[in-house]
Design a protein around this ligand. Sequence first.
Ligand SMILES: [Fe+2]
Ligand SMILES: [Fe+2]
Length: 266
Amino acid sequence: MPTISEWASGTLTNCAAALFSCLCPVLLLLHRGVSGAGPDRTLSTYFRKSGSLTVMIKRSFESGFCRSGSPEVTASASSSSADTGRLPSAPARMPRVPPDLVADVRSDHAGETGAVFIYRGILSISGDQDLRRFAREHLQAEQHHLSLMDALLPAAQRSRLLPVWRISGWLTGALPAIFGPRAVYRTIDAVETFVDQHYAEQTAKLRDRPAAAELCALLEVCRLDEVAHRDDVRSRVHSAPGRVARWWVSAVAHGSRLGVAMARRY
Ligand SMILES: [Fe+2]
Ligand SMILES: [Fe+2]
């Protein structure tokens, strides 16, 4: 359990960093400059870190959910091995995001950024050991998703409002953490329910576009992860929400919808 001084210093640091990032355009430019160095966009590097993702992508192709018109793509995904933890015949680079889907993926990148900061917010506030363990596990998954989105989307195409998504994500985790684990789990339920629908809308658009089959499979992998996260928190809360909780959950859902609409444009 963190001491009061550790908690205070962590919280103050997070708040100060978030506010400065939001309010100071120079920091924003610096941030974009640093991001402009560009992520490692090779698939092999990403998949070396995430064997389970490889297996899920393989299943996504095998299930026929995302149809590939290219025999090479299907063959390479189907021949991948769970033992090696990467796609042996994977294309050398991440799937290209078609121009008409950049806004969608930008909103995904913004959302995964917010998700990472939700768990950082929880960890900044809560001293509950079970909740901290939960937050650390979910943080790891969201960091994987963000790495994937980082690799998919060049810095120049990402949301210009990333500092806003970091702050709002942090607050979405930190505020319910003040009230305890159940408030956090209900918040995550609301977020993941929204994100499941958000990814499902995108994969529904993509599943009949053979040229975007790999992107479809990657987004389906993320969606399935979010569904597992939602089911995890639902299994942890067994009481009906009160009026304040219902209001908060509704605010989170509306906020998520607004965030996606903004991230698609800016
Ligand atoms: Fe995620
Ligand atoms: Fe998630």
